[in-house]
Design a protein around this ligand. Structure first.
Ligand code: ZN
Length: 110
C-alpha cells in the first residue's frame, strides 16, 4: 500500500538571504564566509568556515551590513572586512540587477 505524502514537493536546497530573509536557490545568493583569514566574499561557495548568504541585490547588502550579517557569522567585522563588503555592495546596481554574467565587459568602451 503506497500512500502519497501530503504537500512535500521535492526539496531544492535553498539558503536564506540575511538581508531580506527570503529563501531562494543558492545561485541567486552571494556567500560571505568567515574564514581563518577573516571575513570575505566567497564566490565559489567553497571557502572553509561559517558562511552566510546575501542576495546579489544592493538593498539586501545594506540591510545585512547593518548587523545581521555579523550576527550570522558570529563575528564583528574589522574595518577592512567591512570595507571589502561595502565595496562589493557598491558594485551592485541600485535596484534592478542587470543579470549580466561576470565575464561581460567590465567597462572598456571605445
Ligand atoms: Zn535578500
Amino acid at each position: 500500500m503506497s500512500r502519497k505524502t501530503l504537500a512535500r514537493p521535492k526539496h531544492i536546497p535553498q539558503r536564506m538571504c540575511i538581508g531580506c530573509r527570503e529563501a531562494l536557490a543558492k545561485r541567486a545568493l552571494v556567500r560571505v564566509a568567515r574564514t581563518p583569514d577573516g571575513v570575505k566574499i566567497d564566490p565559489t561557495g567553497k571557502a572553509p568556515g561559517r558562511g552566510a548568504y546575501v542576495h546579489d541585490r544592493r538593498s539586501c547588502w545594506e540591510a545585512a551590513l547593518r548587523g545581521p550579517l555579523e550576527g550570522a557569522l558570529k563575528t564583528q567585522f574589522t574595518p577592512s572586512e567591512r570595507a571589502t563588503l561595502e565595496i562589493h555592495m557598491r558594485s551592485l546596481a541600485l535596484e534592478e540587477s542587470a543579470e549580466s554574467d561576470p565575464e561581460a565587459k567590465a567597462g572598456g568602451a571605445a
